[in-house]
Design a protein around this ligand. Structure first.
Ligand code: PGA
Length: 346
């Protein structure tokens, strides 16, 4: 797709279709591959396909496939599709080994919010994966033994040959797994303290923020980066700001997901709502040619006024020229008629 066809109001995708940043010009500020799907179901099916293809290819050559799995609402569609592939298309998980990213600490695996329970109910109970090939960090190990448990978890991943494909969600703090802001690039599986934002986001699951555990055991950023392939999924408008920071911002421990920019095979799979704050959707005129429909012009002028914190009627030719809106200016001769037109339309 060209930048024109994904820009402005025209970026709405047909159901099930996808636009990728691979054909964006060199000026794109996106620092890793991003696929935007018309809805989360299409993105989930694409992620499931990545996993299924790896499983089929490895099984055919007698190799096990090591999957890194995530919990939360984001991967549910992927798991539903994997279950469908197992039931309807005979995809077998007998040669799959799985490692989950994280678990609350402390938590009993029988509890409603336990990630062990989540994985059983939403995936493992519906597949033919042998129980001994499934790994979720423990939320019940004694505190004195947690560090050893974490070392053992890392050792088990290594003994399995490392993770082939890691599925990730992202928290509003930018966390992957429970690697909250401040997590180092080389961090490994460990006990961490949850961020306030994360605990607030988990409050409804626990019927009140005061019931959310303060800590969790999580694979580290370094553990995740050691996976051969990484798929980060994010759906919904509430994820759009952190996705923009992770994909277009600097690599920083303040946004753990930004470290994925340094991974050789990491992809981001989004629905349109989660992609909304990326430059190619938010202000595509700053990175390429756009189709200047009245709706796009209006959106661009409002964006410019907000960005410069200036009334629409005070926007100058220079403002337009400096913000990728030269084409629009050229069509109208100067800023005034555009300003007036947009102002009147409000
Ligand atoms: P969610 O959580 O999938 O429930 O949005 C994602 C995360 O916090 O990693």
């Amino acid at each position: 797709m060209t930048p024109t066809s994904i820009a402005g109001e025209a970026h709405k995708l047909e159901r099930g279709t996808m636009s990728s940043n691979e054909s964006l010009p060199g000026t794109s500020p996106e620092r890793m591959p991003v696929d935007v799907f018309s809805d989360s179901e299409a993105a989930a099916r694409a992620a499931a396909r990545h996993l299924a293809e790896a499983i089929v290819a490895n099984t055919a050559t007698g190799r096990k496939t090591v999957l890194g799995l995530a919990t939360g609402s984001t991967p549910l569609g992927v798991y539903q599709e994997l279950i469908r592939l197992h039931r309807e298309e005979g995809l077998s998980f007998r040669d799959v080994i799985s490692f989950n990213l994280d678990e609350y600490y402390p938590i009993n695996p029988a509890e409603l919010q336990s990630y062990q329970r989540f994985m059983r109910e939403n995936l493992f109970d519906h597949l033919d994966i042998p129980a001994k090939q499934v790994h979720v960090p423990s939320g019940t190990v004694a505190e004195a033994d947690v560090a050893q448990h974490c070392r053992d978890y890392e050792a088990a991943i290594a003994a399995a040959g490392g993770i082939d494909i890691q599925i990730l969600g992202i928290g509003r703090t930018g966390h992957i797994g429970f690697n909250e802001p401040g997590s180092a690039r080389d961090s490994r599986t460990r006990l961490i303290t949850l961020d306030r934002v994360t605990r607030a986001d988990a409050a409804s699951d626990f019927f009140g923020e005061e019931n959310v555990p303060r800590r969790a055991v999580t694979m580290g950023v370094g553990t995740i980066l050691a996976s051969k392939k990484v798929l980060l999924l994010a759906f919904g408008e509430h994820k759009a700001p952190v996705i923009a920071r992770a994909v277009e911002g600097p690599v920083t421990p303040s946004v753990a997901a930004s470290f994925l920019q340094e991974h050789a095979d990491a992809r981001v799979l989004l629905d349109e709502a989660a992609a909304h704050e990326l430059t190619r959707f938010k202000c595509p005129w700053t990175i390429g040619t756009v189709d200047w429909t009245p709706a796009t012009s209006r959106r661009a002028v409002l964006w410019l006024a907000r960005k410069l914190d200036r009334p629409i009627l005070k926007l100058t030719d220079e403002d337009y020229n400096e913000h990728g809106m030269q084409d629009l200016l050229a069509r109208h001769g100067n800023a005034e008629p555009i300003n007036v037109e947009v102002f009147r339309s409000m």
